[in-house]
Design a protein around this ligand. Structure first.
Ligand code: CMC
Length: 443
């Protein structure tokens, strides 16, 4: 039987005499001499199958030690496929290059959340549903007004998304399909809640504009009666949003799944996911890249900067990835998009520094041997800055499109019978049991 796991020494002995069949892994525990046959499915063994490997009845059983989940799959997923060695990224089987070329953000969000590209009618209904939830609860605006004028927009976003759970308590019905769908609509626009932090009054959405057109309207409209969207910038933002929509089990998505596994409402889970994204090693990297380029200041300073990075004094932000080890396909698309944007906005003066930095790094042994290539964040900030977004907005511009991925991954986790509340094991390496020492007896 392919799924059987041999625990008995005699049975094990007999299993060595006949060659194990099927997709299995034979494990010999040299502490006991026992042999085990573990099933392999989808290229993985189940960590729980290791628990039977014990030295005696008091032994807890073998566990795996994998800090930062470098080689542990935490779920089975049908949403996003990445081949890091070949630089492949697909949503629901569709290559990212084709989606960036032909789709728009709302259509891609539908694909990611519901699993298939929408028909014409489905897309119309989806777009109408999103628009119906465009208007935020008036009290959410009041909440946002309470922040300091110079509050970081990402902090505002995290807090506001968390507060959504108090405005929409029906979100707690996580196993009710219609309630879940309603939160999907609200969540997709949740990230609109930032404008106050750049000191401008809230702008009501314009139903005649596209999702990204409206986003630009809500950020940049001033006193004009109707905001005129540049089609090139609108398309560029759509492409950037498509590229950021999902990226399988990254830090923020794992946070979304982990928090959601306690069956909390999706807004609370998403506040945690957004907080994870905020860090400079993850979605905060686009902001960090811009600050790094500003700090370098001139092409002449690049060699000294690279020297410092190689000496371990700081990182080349926007370079390297846990999964991509040849190139990040998103970075390639972004670089092309940058040229189109700069044709309209004029070149970002930091571009020359970025290009030279990339050139030098890609020829340098330090980066070559560690397989460090530009990632999605290396050029995105340059585009955002050229479009007029303040630097502190950059992580928010990552979070907004990622909401669709978070929602899809959250729903997949909820409906997956294999999933339970997340609870990793630890290897305790602290003190053995000892007796309490009263304060006056401590040295
Ligand atoms: N600059 C200089 N050295 C680096 C960098 C970098 N950006 N990234 C990794 N390294 C070195 C690292 O010091 C280590 O060297 P050594 O083997 O000598 O100790 C080696 O490369 C492996 O690095 P790691 O930290 O073990 O790799 P990781 O998979 O844990 O980290 C990463 C991935 C993205 C956090 C890291 O590459 C990094 O910090 N990059 C800069 C931040 C960044 O751009 N983040 C955005 C990631 S893409 C957007 C997203 O999805 O979040």
């Amino acid at each position: 039987m392919a799924n059987s796991v041999t625990t008995d020494r005699n049975a094990a002995a007999s299993s060595t005499s006949s060659k194990p069949t099927g997709d299995t892994l034979t494990v010999v525990d040299n502490r006991t001499g026992k042999q085990y046959e573990l099933p392999i499915k989808d290229g993985a063994i189940r960590a729980m199958d290791l628990k039977q490997i014990k030295t005696g009845p008091d032994d807890f059983g073998l566990v795996t030690y994998d800090p930062a989940f470098m080689n542990t799959a935490s779920c089975r997923s049908t949403i996003t496929f990445i081949d890091g060695d070949k630089g492949i990224l697909e949503y629901r089987g569709y290559p990212i290059e084709q989606l960036a070329e032909s789709s728009n953000y709302l259509e891609t969000a539908y694909l990611i959340i519901f699993g298939e590209l929408p028909t014409k009618t489905q897309l119309e209904t989806w777009t109408e549903d999103i628009k119906a939830h465009w208007l935020l609860h008036e009290n959410i605006k009041k909440l946002m007004e309470g922040f300091q004028y110079d509050a970081h927009p990402m902090g505002v976003l995290i807090s506001t998304v968390g507060a959504f759970s108090t405005f929409y308590p029906d979100a707690k019905q996580i196993f009710d399909e219609s309630s879940r769908r309603k939160q999907v609509h609200r969540l997709t626009i949740a990230a609109y809640a930032y404008r106050h932090s750049i000191g401008r009054p809230y702008v009501y959405p314009d139903d005649e504009l596209s999702f990204t057109g409206n986003f630009l309207n809500m950020l940049f409209k001033r006193t004009e009666l109707k905001y005129k969207v540049s089609p090139v910038l609108e398309r560029a933002l759509d492409i950037l949003f498509i590229l950021h929509a999902d990226h399988e089990q990254n830090c923020s998505t794992s946070a979304m799944r982990g928090i959601g596994s306690s069956h909390v409402d999706p807004y609370s889970a998403m506040a945690g996911a957004a907080a994870a994204l905020y860090g400079p090693l993850h979605g905060g990297a686009n902001e960090a890249v811009l600050r790094m380029l500003q700090e370098i200041g001139s092409i002449n300073n690049i060699p000294a900067f690279i020297k410092k990075v190689k000496a371990g004094e700081g990182r080349l932000m926007g370079f390297g990835h846990r999964v991509y080890k040849s190139y990040d396909p998103r970075a390639k698309i972004i670089k092309r998009t940058a040229d189109q944007v700069f044709d309209v906005t004029g070149k970002n003066p930091l571009l020359d520094i970025a290009l030279e930095l990339e050139r030098i790094a890609l020829e340098d042994d330090y980066f070559i041997t560690r397989k460090l290539y530009p990632n999605v964040d290396f050029y995105s900030g340059l585009i955002y800055q050229a479009m007029g977004f303040p630097v502190t907005m950059f992580p928010v511009l990552f979070a907004i499109p990622r909401t669709s991925g978070w929602i899809a991954q959250w729903a997949e986790m909820l409906l997956d019978p294999d999933q339970k509340i997340t609870r990793p094991r630890q290897l305790y390496i602290g003190q053995a049991r000892r007796d309490y020492v009263p304060l006056n007896k401590r040295g």
